[in-house]
Structures are given as C-alpha cells and as structure tokens.
Ligand binder design. Structure first.
Ligand SMILES: NC(=O)c1ccc[n+]([C@@H]2O[C@H](COP(=O)([O-])OP(=O)(O)OC[C@H]3O[C@@H](n4cnc5c(N)ncnc54)[C@H](OP(=O)(O)O)[C@@H]3O)[C@@H](O)[C@H]2O)c1
Length: 408
C-alpha cells in the first residue's frame, strides 16, 4: 500500500491516511519514489470451531484467531479489494447458521468440516458490515471508499471479490454509518415488509409488535405510527418499555417478564383486539396473540427468537392455530431476501424519514472485534437497547460523522 502526498488532498483524507499508518503493522518499507509502502497487516477474525445445536453459543463454539493479510500488489487478485472493517451487524439469524442442521430459518450452516479446515477462509463467520477499502484491484473502487457487504467476514481485515460489495456509502449523505446496517439494513427492511407490505398497516388498526425495542421492533412501531395505527409493544425490561413510549412513539408497551400472563396483558392492552401482529419472538406470545386476533387479522412472522436456542422438539407448541381458520387470519412467514424487488421502494421511504427526523434509530454498540461473542449472546438476554452493532475500529474518524437523529 502506498501513501503518496498529493497537493490539494482534503483534511479528512490526510487524517484517514494518518489513521491507516497507525494501523498497518511493521512490515513496511520505503518504495523507490520515497512513498511509504506497507505490505502485510495483522488482524483478528472469528471462526466456527464447533456447532451449538442448543443454548447460546460460547467460546467452545466460536473462536478468535489472528491472521496476516498481504497487501502486496501481486497478492491481491484482479477484481478484488482489501477492506478494513468498521462496523459489523450482529443479528439473530446468525444463530441459526451455527446449529449444525438446517431447519426453521433454513440458513446455510457455517462450515467446520474437514474440507473447510484445508481452506481456513471457509470457517470464518460472515455478517452484514461496513468497511473501508484500503487497497483496490478494481477500477470501480478506490482507497478510502466506504462500502457495504452482506457477507463480510467477522474480522478486522479481509480481501474479497469486489463484485460481492453491494454499494458505496456516501458519508456526506447525512445518514449515520451504522444506519446502513440498521434503519436501511435488514432490521429496517424487515420492519417495512412486515408492517407495510404484509401487515397492510392503515389508520385505526391495532398493531402489536414483540421484541419491540430491538432492531426490527423500533422501526416497526414507528412505521405503524406513521401510518396512523395504534401500536403496542412488548419487551423485556422496564427501561425498554420507557424507551418505546418516550423515544419510539409507541402508544403503550409492557414488560413481558413482569406481566407474565400474556393472555391477560393482551386483554388489557387490546380491548378491541389485534389487527396486525408482527411476530419477532414466537412461542407462548404467539399463542396468546391468537386468542386476541381480530377477524381478517394479519400475522407476519418475522422471526421467533424465543425458540432459536432450542432443538425443534423442545420448542413451544402453539395450541390454538384453529383460531386462524375461524377468523380468516393470514399468518405468513417471510425473509427479507424474498422481497428484494421492493428494496428500492423501502430505501426511498426510509431514507426520507431518517433525513426528515420522522424515524429515529438506536444502536447498542460493542467495541472491537473481540466483543463479538458477548454481543451475540446479548441478543438472547434483554440487555441491549436497539440494534446491536460492533464498532470494529474504536475512535475511527467516521464516528465523528454521526448525524443527530441516532441515539446511542
Ligand atoms: N424475516 C427476516 O427477514 C428478518 C430480518 C431481520 C430480523 N428478523 C427477526 O426479527 C427478530 C428481531 O431481530 P432483531 O435483529 O431486531 O433483534 P433484536 O430485537 O435487536 O434483538 C433480539 C431481542 O429479542 C428479545 N428476546 C431474546 N430472547 C427472547 C425470548 N426468549 N423471548 C422474547 N424475547 C426475546 C430481546 O429483547 P427483549 O428485551 O424484548 O427481551 C433481544 O434484545 C428476530 O426474530 C429475527 O430473527 C427477521
């Protein structure tokens, strides 16, 4: 990698290069023209060591190792870029890629088989992320570009085919970088598909959202409010109940760990029944909702996080599915990947809301790549508020570019 001082370069560019110099490790030499050249960087990455069919994955299953990456010109193939990761999205679906069997979400499993051992890269966990190009062998990308990818390794650095990058991010657009993983990423899109497309939210409907203070839930509630619905959320702590009502505009909310008789709670909060239930948790809450759903109601099944750490025989049964028949209810599972034809509609709407301050987002930020295991575990407790992300580079220059609407 070469650092060449050019006349007229911007302050942020110079600062970026200064930061880069600090990160790149020792093995640097002076190139013939006097510019600085660093060829090898060292970074950490998470890999799958053993599957976890039950319970929350631990350090027995997920491990961190240090690898080196060469940035020498001939080490990076044409059509590839070297990227330093800035932000990583920590999402519940990752759990379903760690069980060792496909069911439920039917996500491909992270590989740990012998062939994978021969090719270390295959074991590396991948997730949505935002990174900065530090070397490019593709004329469409330049050093310093901020890029988005659904399949970045959960790592500090990587080299990858540039075709796998979804887009460049314009850091001057007025949108906080983590929002590309949050409001404009899978959580925001899932909320939009659930509330707008499948839920067909419209004024006067009674909408219920579970896991309401998380990534999907916070946007689902705000989108339903913007469409004139009455919205109630459930979540796992009193602080989050407050957040739902005071920050995200929910009409009311309850702590499902305090109000453990869900049937009674739903009678109290929905005297006129539920028209739309965006299900994020499944299990006993879904069962209770079926006793309160109105005729012609809709239940978009976004996820069932209460069941993710169980094998299928341990999962909660839902005994009153018969209500769907008698009340002509449409209950429908979905993955955002099946609605990519609507992504641009969603993006336009959500970007406008963010820029106008009509929708706010909140992130729970973990610092440094080492925090991945803890951040993943936090999805299965009630310890996080908002969308869980990892800021890989703590004090990165782009943390300074966070615009106001983001709470953290
Ligand atoms: N269909 C799709 O394409 C799609 C896309 C994105 C996400 N999802 C799904 O949407 C749901 C929410 O995802 P997210 O990214 O927004 O995560 P999140 O809500 O930010 O985090 C998960 C939250 O789930 C709650 N939770 C954990 N264990 C629970 C349990 N046993 N019972 C009830 N609640 C529990 C916790 O909050 P509390 O404090 O409320 O307990 C936790 O903070 C997940 O089911 C996920 O799989 C689906």
């Amino acid at each position: 990698m070469y650092f060449k001082r050019q006349s007229g370069e911007s302050i942020s560019n110079r600062f970026y290069k200064k930061v880069c110099r600090a990160i790149l490790t020792e093995q640097s030499t002076m190139a013939g023209d006097g510019t600085e050249k660093a060829t090898v960087i060292e970074g950490k990455e998470w890999y799958m060591a053993a599957y976890a069919p039950q319970g929350v994955p631990s350090s027995d299953h997920l491990k961190l190792r240090t690898v080196t990456i060469s940035l020498a010109d001939d080490s990076i193939p044409d059509g590839h870029v070297a990227v330093e990761l800035l932000w990583i999205s920590v999402d519940p679906y990752l759990r379903s890629r760690m069980t060792g069997h496909q069911d439920g979400l039917y996500m491909p499993q992270f590989k740990i088989d012998e062939s994978a051992l021969k090719c270390m890269l295959m074991q590396v966990l991948v997730a949505f992320g935002v990174g900065r190009v530090i070397k490019s062998k593709d004329s469409r990308y330049s050093e310093g570009d901020i890029v988005l990818n659904p399949y970045f390794p959960i790592a500090e650095y990587c080299v990858m085919p540039s075709d796998s990058l979804i887009r460049k991010i314009d850091v001057t657009a007025g949108i906080a970088i983590p929002d590309y993983l949050n409001a404009l990423g899978a959580p925001g899109f899932a909320a939009w598909v659930g509330i707008v497309v499948l839920g067909e939210a419209k004024p006067g409907l009674n909408v219920f959202v579970s896991a309401a203070a998380g990534g999907v839930g916070m946007f689902a509630g705000q989108l339903a409010k913007l469409r004139g619905c009455r919205v109630i959320g459930s979540t796992g702590s009193d602080d989050k109940v407050k957040l739902l009502k005071e920050a995200f505009g929910y009409d009311d909310a309850f702590n499902y760990k305090r109000e453990t008789d869900y049937d009674a709670a739903l009678s109290k909060y929905f005297p006129n029944g539920i028209d739309v239930y965006l299900d994020n948790v499944g299990g006993k809450m879904l069962e209770a909702v079926l006793n309160h759903i109105n005729i012609g109601g809709r239940i978009p099944l976004c996820g069932m996080i209460s069941e993710y750490n169980k094998t299928w025989k341990e999962r909660d049964g839902v005994r009153n599915l018969l209500n769907l028949v008698g009340k002509n209810v449409r209950m429908e599972g979905f993955l955002v990947g099946s609605y990519l034809n609507r992504f641009q509609d969603f993006l336009k709407e959500m970007e406008d809301y963010l820029l106008q301050g009509k929708i706010i987002s909140k992130t729970k930020t973990y610092n440094g790549i080492d925090s991945f295991l803890e951040s993943l575990g936090s999805l299965f407790s009630s310890t996080n508020n908002g969308k869980v992300v990892i800021q890989v580079k703590v004090n990165d220059i782009y943390t300074k570019f966070l615009p106001k609407p983001s709470l953290s």
